[in-house]
Design a binder for this molecule. Structure first.
Ligand code: C2E
Ligand code: MG
Ligand code: MG
Ligand code: MG
Length: 284
């Protein structure tokens, strides 16, 4: 497992989005201002049905529209917000906008489930569940159409409160997803305690899975676990045609990745959908 972990870390550091600047971290004050000044913007990455190509949902991925530095990616500010105590504020801003957007899509006839990434740090507050449930109610979005994606943190040892908070949300029909499955942060033990709806296989086991014995083995094992526990399976990081064909052969439920679409502002979704519909037809 240690060897695997090392390999994974190398793979994931190699495959950053191309337009991404070299990683730097911002000061807590700068990140705090960004949240307070409304400089965070939600981007949305499509999740499509592997069997039919249909758009099923989107994952919300936050970006910082920095006045001088342009678009800043979450790996440059999420951990700052987590360490300095404003991750709740960040999640609140992202969630409220994601729900408002989900409602707009719903009203325009697009039935999409919207996923929001939640930090383990959000789950140590017992009031987090109430906050989410209130916002869902106010937005008019159906509870099951909100998916919370959770990645286990390496540093978190006492999971009692997070498990209570997630259970409470699950009992109110909010959908729960395990993110980055297979990386060791998302460990099997999570599966024992909560009825997750969805399992997302980390992109380290998806891209080139058909050409790599280890990735292939981990991918199919994860798929079997998901099937037996009646969870939907999402493959992250589908980057090329070979990855897509592999998912079709494996009967994977949903796919997400650059081959389908990168994360985009909400306004670009209709144009992408038209383009993808044509491209998908040509794939058959
Ligand atoms: P994640 O939730 O696992 O999201 C997937 C990441 O992989 C995203 O990076 C996405 O842009 C990228 N990605 C998607 N498809 C591909 C692909 O085909 N190839 C490659 N190489 N990459 C792909 P992003 O947007 O930079 O987000 C990074 C991480 O930051 C996310 O990982 C998530 O853990 C965290 N994050 C993003 N938004 C939020 C947020 O609102 N709140 C919290 N707490 N965390 C967030
Ligand atoms: Mg995610
Ligand atoms: Mg993920
Ligand atoms: Mg991942």
């Amino acid at each position: 497992p240690d060897v695997l972990q090392g390999l994974l870390e190398r793979w994931s550091s190699q495959s950053l989005e191309p337009q991404r600047a070299s990683p730097r971290t911002y000061s807590p004050v700068a990140v705090c201002h960004a949240i307070a000044n409304g400089e965070l913007v939600n981007y949305y990455q499509p999740k499509v049905d592997v069997a039919t190509g249909a758009l099923r949902g989107v994952e919300t991925l936050v970006r910082w529209q920095h006045p001088d530095d342009g678009l800043v990616f979450p790996d440059q500010f999420i951990s700052v917000a987590e360490t300095h105590g404003f991750i709740d504020d960040l999640t609140h801003v992202v969630l409220i906008e994601a729900l408002a957007q989900a409602r707009r899509w719903h009203d325009s006839g697009l039935a999409l489930r919207v996923a929001v990434n939640v930090s383990m740090k959000n789950l140590v507050g017992l009031d987090f569940a109430d906050f989410v449930l209130d916002q869902v109610l106010q937005s008019g979005v159906a509870a099951q159409d909100l998916i919370l994606e959770v990645t286990e943190s390496r540093l978190m040892t006492d999971l009692r409160i997070p498990l209570d908070v997630l259970t409470r949300l699950r009992l109110k029909h909010i959908s729960l997803s395990i993110d980055d499955f297979g990386t060791g942060h998302s460990s099997l033990s999570q599966l024992r305690d909560i009825a997750f709806n969805e399992l997302k296989i980390d992109r380290g086991f998806v891209h080139h899975a058909s050409q790599d014995k280890t990735k292939h083995a981990i991918f199919t094992a994860s798929l079997n676990i998901a099937r037996q526990l009646e969870m939907k399976i999402v493959a992250e990081g589908v980057e090329d045609r070979a990855d897509w064909e592999f998912l079709r052969q494996q009967d994977c439920d949903l796919a997400q990745g650059y081959f389908v679409a990168k994360a985009m502002p909400a306004a670009e979704l209709p144009r992408w959908l038209a383009e993808w519909t044509g491209r998908y037809a040509a794939l058959l």
